[in-house]
Design a protein around this ligand. Sequence first.
Ligand code: HEC
Ligand code: HEC
Ligand code: HEC
Ligand code: HEC
Length: 578
Amino acid sequence: MTHGTGNRVGGRVVGLLGLAALVGGLVYDGIAQVPPRPGPDPWAGKLPKIGGVEIFSTWPKDRPEAVLILSGQTFGFLSPCGCSRPQMGGLERRANAIAMLKAKGWPVAGVDLGDFYPLKSAVSEQGLLKYATGMSALREMGYFAVGVGKTELDAGLLKVVAEYALQKEQPPFALAGNVVGVSDKQVIPREQYFPPAGNGKRPTVGLAEIADVGTVPVGVVGVVGPSVARAGEKADDNLGFLGNKDVLAPAVQALANHPKRPQLNVLLYQGTADEARKVAGDFPQFQVVLCQSDDAEPPQFPETISHKDGKKTLLVQVGHKGRYVGALGLFRKPDGSLDLQYQLVPLGEEFLTPETPEAEKANPVLPLLEEYAKQVKDRNFLAKVARLPHSAQIQKPDLNLSYVGSDRCLGCHASEFAKWKESKHSHAYEALEVYAKRPSLRNFDGECIVCHTVGYGIKTGFESTEKTPALKHVGCESCHGPGSGHMTAPRDAELLKLMSPWKANPADRLPDVATLERIAKAPPGGPGGITDLPAAQQRIINFVSQTCTKCHDAENDPHFDLAKYWPKVIHGPGPAKQ
Ligand code: HEC
Ligand code: HEC
Ligand code: HEC
Ligand code: HEC
């Protein structure tokens, strides 16, 4: 099939019959209005700032007719892990930000671009559960439409949408108007390939939705752009995509003719900004186009595309992983038309739920996250991860190298053991079992366990506290690898080498603490830094760093610097003499 933004499918165009009637049927009227909360605004002076300016402070002082929340490419990040602070994003904070706007008496609804499914999921059922949890959370926040992106297509779109929408027709409704089924090279219309839920009228993947947000009827259309369509066809033989123009031309027509007369048309465009610009030029009927983000960090303002007739389209990008959302304020001008205001909203710690029972009860997302964690535990996803061999196990396949636990090293390495015992590594499991909250039960989630235990996801590594109690916490073997061979043949040179994979020669050592402290203070890449050291020391620093950053990665510990961290866990020098 072809994917020019204006091309037809190489064959027949089906599924467009009755399109106008179809859009006509789809008016979502479930957006509840709330009166302003009486009393002083509890958020006054506490909102995040961008460039020193508090968010929303530049908006007109009159009440907006409606506010539309724009989000996308959440990639399964339901909540920040809490490994380091501050971290941004998460659905709990998104819900609080939206509640903050609703408390002003502003009518708020949301639309999401899609790519909600995680980028990678070690256990695919967990990816599906995350998607369904995320959709429920969006519903609770007042979202009514969500696009379909590459992550949903890669995971199998039919399966993904079914996870949330097949039992019951409920918002947010998935929109990807140009997707079709393909069987024996025959096109199966979208409405047929993605049939409605038992109680519903909408196909589980739709083209357009209209909703009244406050006094403003808003039309939303979702399509997949050529680049994502190509990836989608590669991922799933049973899917094909119509050209963008094939569905957008009738869609804008249908919206214009709809008795609701939408005053704002929004396009959820699952394609690059370049592709989106082109489509925005072809269809000036959309005042807002939400597209994929070029960068993980979003621009502060949308790009404005001006059309010949003087009309404008805002091209919005909101970044990755749900760390930001965009808020679009619709203000009524004296002539009745709408003035659009945009605010990028960073979901920082300002939006954490206050630790009071009332505040926790008011957040609709917290029970969903708790239920998610409970499901992860009850369905025992922990046991479903694929177990791959460690590099030492690959190098010595005949020795059946296995993990033995840190206690087994104590007898011969008392001083290293003592040092480890007083480090945070020896308590790392408690971070999940005791300290992690909202949700709790994190010690049953493989996505957390992997860095807080020994060898999870590796043959003979951590399975559960019952089966492998000795492998709780970050142990000796988290860095040194499985130790069964070495402890039975402690002087075997080859096994010793496997225990210190960062060494090129037995005599290689990390620089001493004084040197590391000097490096830590030097400007990156500047004089006195790592590049001034002998090559062998640079090599071992880099190699050891890689061992650490498997866990201390940019996501979980953005502050990691071996020169600063190693002195806190330093140990050696060699084992006790026997
Ligand atoms: C990629 C590895 C990795 C993953 C995955 C991971 N963590 Fe962590 N976690 C770390 C590291 C590294 C630290 C220490 C960071 C520091 O000290 O700066 C940490 C620290 C923590 C802490 C702080 C403990 C303290 O003493 O303050 C908590 C709580 C925590 N993690 C919870 C979680 C939860 C919950 C998950 C799953 C959602 C998770 N972690 C997943 C690597 C990870
Ligand atoms: C039976 C005693 C014994 C036990 C148990 C033992 N070791 Fe050792 N280990 C030694 C001896 C002896 C050496 C020193 C060998 C030498 O210098 O020739 C050594 C050396 C090492 C080295 C240095 C390797 C190198 O680069 O030369 C590491 C790392 C190490 N052990 C880790 C561990 C870990 C981790 C455990 C627990 C899984 C462990 N050892 C259990 C006796 C033991
Ligand atoms: C966070 C990762 C990490 C953990 C956990 C860890 N080690 Fe190490 N260990 C290292 C690194 C890195 C070195 C190399 C240090 C150097 O070159 O100065 C090392 C060095 C050693 C050495 C000396 C090797 C030599 O060259 O003589 C021994 C012995 C050792 N560790 C044993 C242990 C034991 C026993 C435990 C658990 C009680 C443990 N280690 C826990 C990372 C770790
Ligand atoms: C298997 C995953 C893993 C590896 C590998 C790992 N760490 Fe950690 N590290 C953690 C976790 C998890 C924590 C947080 C434990 C807690 O606070 O409960 C942590 C905490 C720490 C801390 C304490 C930080 C603080 O806030 O005081 C230091 C220091 C540290 N690690 C250094 C290292 C160094 C250096 C290496 C590599 C030689 C390394 N770690 C390798 C998982 C890991």
